[in-house]
Design a protein around this ligand. Structure first.
Ligand code: ADP
Ligand code: MG
Length: 319
C-alpha cells in the first residue's frame, strides 16, 4: 500500500504558485493583496448522499471543486486557494488518478491553487475549503437586495434535476436528451467570471444549489423583501422541453445542482448586464422583480396570477 505521504505527493501536490508555501508543511502560507478581503467557504460531498458510490472519479474530482467555486462566484470573489480533506475507503490508484486529473483540470481553468488538505481512511467523502479574494466591501451578499431590483438568472435551470430523475428512473428520456441532462448534473460549470464582473453591478447574489425558488427565497429572507418571478421568463434547460409540464416545472423551480447564479440588480444596470452576458458567452435572463412584502417567492403566469406551484411538488416558499 502506498504510504499516505506518497499518495499526497502523487495525487494531490501542485507546485506552489501564488501561495508563499503550499502542500508539504504543517500549514500553508498565503499573502493577501492590500485592500482585499478573503471570502471563505467549505462544502462536503458524501458518497451515497451527494453522489453515487460508483460515480466517475474524473467527473467527481471536477464537480467537488466546481460546487465550491460556485460559492466564490456567488460572492463575486476571485478564486485563489483551496484545501482538500479526503476520506478514502481504500487506496485505488486508478480512482485517485482520475479524481486528481478532474480536480486539477478545473483548478487550472479557474486559476485556483491546492495548498493543503488531509487524507484519512473511512467511508468516501471529501471536504473542500475555497478561499477567494474580493476588494474590501465589494462582495455580493444575500442581504443587499433592494426593493424594485430586477431578478436575474444565468444560463438555464432544471437540467441537473432532470438528469437526477433520469438516474433514479422516474423519467425516461431519449439518449441525446439524457446525455445533455446528465452533463448538467455531473459537470456543472461554475460562473466565476460572471460573478466577478457583477461586483458593483448586482446588489445581491446566490448560487442555485437547492433550486431556483428555494435559493431566491434565501435572498428574500436575508434582504427582508418579496420576490415575484414570471414562469414564462425562466430560462429552462432545453432538455426540459422533452418532458411534460409537471416534471418541467418541478425541475426548473425546485431542482437543485444547476450551480447557476441568481442575482438582483437595479434596472439601470440592464445594459451593463447585457455586456457581461455577451462577454461571458452565457445568457443572463431577467425573470422578475424584488418588492416589499413578506419574505417569499411567488411564481406568476402570463396574466400576472400566482401559479399553482403545488403541481411542482411544493405549495409555498415562505421562509
Ligand atoms: P499533518 O500531520 O501535519 O496534518 P499531513 O500528513 O496530514 O500533515 O499532511 C502533510 C501535508 O500534505 C500538509 O501540507 C497537508 O496540507 C498536505 N495534504 C494532506 N492531504 C492532502 C490532500 N488530500 N490534498 C492536498 N494536500 C494534502
Ligand atoms: Mg493531517
Amino acid at each position: 500500500m502506498t504510504p499516505e505521504f506518497d499518495l499526497i505527493e502523487t495525487y494531490f501536490t501542485m507546485p506552489a504558485q501564488k501561495a508563499l508555501l503550499g502542500v508539504g508543511d504543517d500549514c500553508a502560507l498565503i499573502g493577501l493583496a492590500a485592500g482585499n478581503e478573503l471570502a471563505i467557504s467549505t462544502d462536503t460531498l458524501v458518497s451515497g448522499v451527494h453522489f453515487f458510490a460508483d460515480a466517475d472519479p474524473f467527473k467527481l474530482g471536477r464537480k467537488a471543486l466546481a460546487v465550491n467555486l460556485s460559492d466564490l462566484a456567488a460572492m463575486g470573489a476571485a478564486p485563489r486557494f483551496v484545501t482538500l480533506a479526503i476520506t478514502l475507503p481504500s487506496i485505488d490508484p486508478a480512482w485517485l488518478s482520475a479524481f486528481s486529473r478532474g480536480f486539477f483540470e478545473l483548478a487550472e481553468q479557474a486559476g485556483i491553487e491546492l495548498i493543503g488538505g488531509d487524507t484519512t481512511r473511512g467511508p468516501l467523502s471529501m471536504t473542500l475549503t475555497v478561499l477567494g479574494e474580493v476588494p474590501t466591501g465589494d462582495a455580493l451578499r444575500r442581504d443587499r437586495a433592494q426593493d424594485g431590483d430586477d431578478i436575474w438568472v444565468s444560463g438555464s435551470v432544471g437540467g441537473a434535476a432532470l438528469g437526477l430523475k433520469y438516474l433514479q428512473g422516474t423519467v425516461t428520456l431519449k439518449p441525446g436528451v439524457a446525455e445533455r441532462a446528465l452533463e448538467r448534473l455531473h459537470a456543472p460549470v461554475p460562473r466565476n467570471k460572471i460573478g466577478e464582473k457583477l461586483r458593483g453591478v448586482a446588489n445581491a447574489a446566490i448560487d442555485i444549489s437547492d433550486g431556483l425558488v428555494a435559493d431566491l427565497a434565501h435572498i428574500c429572507q436575508r434582504s427582508q423583501l418579496a420576490a415575484a418571478i414570471e414562469w414564462a421568463l425562466i430560462p429552462i434547460s432545453p432538455a426540459l422541453l422533452s418532458v411534460g409540464p409537471d416534471v418541467r416545472m418541478a425541475c426548473a423551480l425546485a431542482g437543485g445542482d444547476d450551480y447557476e447564479l441568481c442575482f438582483t440588480a437595479h434596472e439601470r444596470m440592464r445594459e451593463a448586464i447585457a455586456v457581461i452576458a455577451s462577454e461571458a458567452g452565457v445568457p443572463l435572463t431577467r425573470i422578475g422583480r424584488m418588492r416589499s412584502g413578506a419574505a417569499n417567492v411567488s411564481v406568476l403566469d402570463e396574466r400576472g396570477n400566482e401559479l399553482n406551484t403545488a403541481i411542482a411538488g411544493f405549495d409555498h416558499f415562505s421562509v
